[in-house]
Design a protein around this ligand. Structure first.
Ligand code: GRF
Length: 208
């Protein structure tokens, strides 16, 4: 049984997609050990409670410095026996100390087709604003492993979403979530739980 540690900062719709996929059997052989938020008011923590899953708040504000905060985060993951860390809208950067402790065992969902509209500064609505500004006709979402760069790790799954002429950043964000994020994030977790993901030379192969 793959033990998941899900890191969140906000609404937690991607967390919900994973909880629903476990409940419906679309993800098998995995369970959520802990949901950790850096933000006490995150609605994601209420979703965890409603699903009967352990929720914790680890906020940088409660620690003297960043290193102590990161140590507490890593300790919480380890104490809960987490095998796979899922960044589901976690707005805090993951330091090399944690990346190295969980090499190729941290995944992130990003709301564009990497390598477009990703890297430092591309988060939340900004990603969709940039896509609309550039006038691309297709965007989407990407699930990737986390390495020490920003959105640079091996790509696991991507799904495209068409852009409409009347899209606003908000309407596009919503459609990318519905049509891409909520599907490929649970799917990636399921593939990892089935042992079907292999990483070679920075590239992911999905075993049949
Ligand atoms: C999503 O758009 C995700 O791609 C990004 O942050 C947002 C999180 O939304 N990384 P939610 O908290 O899962 O609803």
């Amino acid at each position: 049984m793959l033990k998941l540690g899900i890191l969140v900062s906000g609404g937690g719709t991607n967390l919900q997609a994973i909880l629903d996929a476990i409940a419906s059997g679309r993800i098998r052989n995995a369970c959520v050990s802990v949901v950790i938020s850096n933000n006490r008011g995150a609605y994601a923590l209420e979703r965890a409670a409603a699903a009967g899953v352990k929720g914790r708040c680890i906020s940088p504000k409660d620690y003297e410095n960043r290193d102590l905060f990161y140590q507490a985060l890593l300790q919480e993951l380890q104490e809960n026996g987490v095998d796979l860390v899922v960044l589901a809208g976690f707005l805090v950067g993951i330091p090399p100390m944690i990346v190295n402790a969980y090499e190729n065992r941290i995944i992130n969902i990003h709301p564009s087709l990497i390598p477009s509209f990703c890297g430092t500064g591309y988060y939340g609505l900004r990603v969709h604003e940039a896509a609309l500004q550039r006038g691309v006709k297709v965007t989407g979402a990407t699930v990737h492993f986390v390495d020490t760069g920003t959105d640079t790790g091996p790509i696991i799954l991507q799904k495209a979403v068409e852009i409409r002429e009347d899209d606003t950043p908000q309407s596009l964000q919503r459609r990318v979530m519905e049509q891409a994020e909520w599907q490929i994030l649970p799917e990636a977790v399921s593939l990892i739980a089935q042992g079907r993901i292999e990483v070679n030379n920075g590239k992911v192969r999905i075993k049949p």
